[in-house]
Design a protein around this ligand. Structure first.
Ligand SMILES: O=C(O)CCC(=O)C(=O)O
Ligand SMILES: [Fe+2]
Length: 417
């Protein structure tokens, strides 16, 4: 009986301390002028950093915002005098991507085997990097040569490396226009016209590899895989949305729920009781100028705007950056149309800017991929540390048994019950 009381008392005290710790962390953040509410975050744009600022400060601030809010915005990534050119290129690329996809779909529908379309005029298909897979639509980057010069920007890649790991791969790349209200009365916004135009509706989701419906639901041929809920508290993919038009609440800015990347629920979670189409308290749209990059942890709850009353299409390019240890294209074995690792042939790969090549090597079947330099440096340092231990054993046989006597490892008790 006495023991039960003691356990209960300790459980209560633990809960009180956890609540107090949360309060103290909130006070500390406020004392450091860190926005802790959506209103404060919107008003201050405390999620935004200037790409022209000192690299280490910008990387630290962006990584902290990604950890705290699940997203950040990097302003001024693309120089102002190049934006118009990139926007025009992206608008033409959208037409090319769509007409290519349509041509392939129609040919396949009328009975031609997709393999027979490779190399044929009017169809841009490329062999998939993995043997046994059907060919896929060519990577959209082939229609974005000017944009490709910016895609491996030193600041965005430094942020991704700081958050994910040193060897990165671009797992997906696609355009994402958000139409404006049309002259014929079709409302602006993302998605099917019948659902567009309302400011009070959303299309909440999280992105691959945290996209719960995994592009294919129960279709084994299309399912690209999804991490199981509750998601481990690890950033596994950074989604970068490169805005080529100014965005705000009227012009197609991305919706986010700050802090949602660490919430165990998910808008599509079958047990979580959330409507993907309804606003969520605390949600917000970012604001950003053309040439900025919105970066989010793929776990962050977000949505394309279902309205755009600005009078112009929101032009944006989306890419998903992953660390080397994430299996980026192992599933959806028969999905020529999805955006996963769309391939490049050797000459298309060779034409990429040098700085971009390391991040797209894996989509070119004839290009040997190898780990990027910092990963090799780390491994070399570890190999030398290992050798040093054996040298110590050889040279100090009488001291070796005591050399680790000051290394103490705690048994972690937090959350262990
Ligand atoms: O359109 C946007 O702002 C968001 C795009 C998005 O959620 C996606 O491409 O997965
Ligand atoms: Fe998304």
């Amino acid at each position: 009986m006495g023991e039960t009381n003691e356990v209960e008392e300790l459980v209560t005290r633990e809960a009180e301390l956890v609540a107090e710790l949360k309060d103290v962390r909130g006070m500390l953040a406020r004392a450091q002028d860190v926005p802790t509410s959506t209103e404060a975050l919107k008003a201050s744009r405390g999620y935004a950093f200037d790409a022209d600022g000192p690299l280490d400060e910008v990387v630290r601030g962006s990584a902290e915002a990604l950890a705290r809010y699940g997203f950040c915005v990097l302003d001024n990534v693309i120089p102002a005098d190049q934006i118009e050119r990139l926007r025009e290129e992206a608008e033409q690329a959208e037409i090319n991507v769509e007409s290519n996809a349509r041509a392939v779909r129609e040919a396949v529908k009328s009975g031609t085997a997709i393999e027979d379309l490779v190399g044929k005029n009017g169809f841009e298909l490329r062999p998939a990097p993995r043997v046994g897979r059907p060919p896929k639509l060519v990577n959209d980057v082939v229609w974005l040569p000017e944009y490709a010069k910016h895609l491996a920007h030193p600041t965005t890649t430094a942020i991704a490396k700081a958050v994910l790991d040193d060897h990165l791969r671009i797992a997906q790349l696609h355009l994402r226009p958000v139409a404006s209200d049309a002259a014929d009365g079709t409302p602006g916004g993302f998605g099917r016209p019948q659902f567009r135009g309302r400011k009070d509706t959303r299309e909440w989701h999280t992105d691959w590899p945290h996209d719960l419906s995994a592009y294919g639901g129960n279709r084994a041929d299309l399912n690209a895989g999804c991490i199981r809920q509750p998601f481990p508290d690890v950033a596994m993919c950074l989604v970068m949305i490169w805005y080529l038009t100014d965005v705000d609440q009227d012009s197609g800015a991305t919706f986010v729920v700050p802090g949602s990347h660490r919430d165990p629920r998910n808008p599509r979670g079958p047990e979580d009781g959330i409507s993907v189409t309804s606003p969520i308290p605390g949600d917000m749209q970012v604001t950003a100028k053309a040439g900025s990059v919105f970066i989010q942890d793929s776990r962050c709850w977000h949505a394309s705007a279902m309205h755009n009353t600005s009078g112009h299409t929101r032009v944006a390019i989306v890419n998903r950056w992953c660390p080397w240890w994430l299996s980026v294209d192992d599933y959806s074995p028969n999905a020529p149309f999805n955006t996963v690792c769309r391939p490049l042939n050797q000459s298309e790969f060779d034409a990429l800017p040098e700085a971009l090549k390391p991040y797209l090597r894996h989509v070119c079947p004839t290009e040997a991929d190898s780990l990027q330099q910092p990963v090799l440096d780390r491994a070399q340092a570890a190999a030398e540390q290992n050798q040093w231990g054996f040298l110590y054993l050889e040279e100090h046989p009488d001291e070796v048994a005591e050399a680790n006597s000051d290394v103490h490892v705690d048994i972690g008790l937090e959350g262990s019950r």
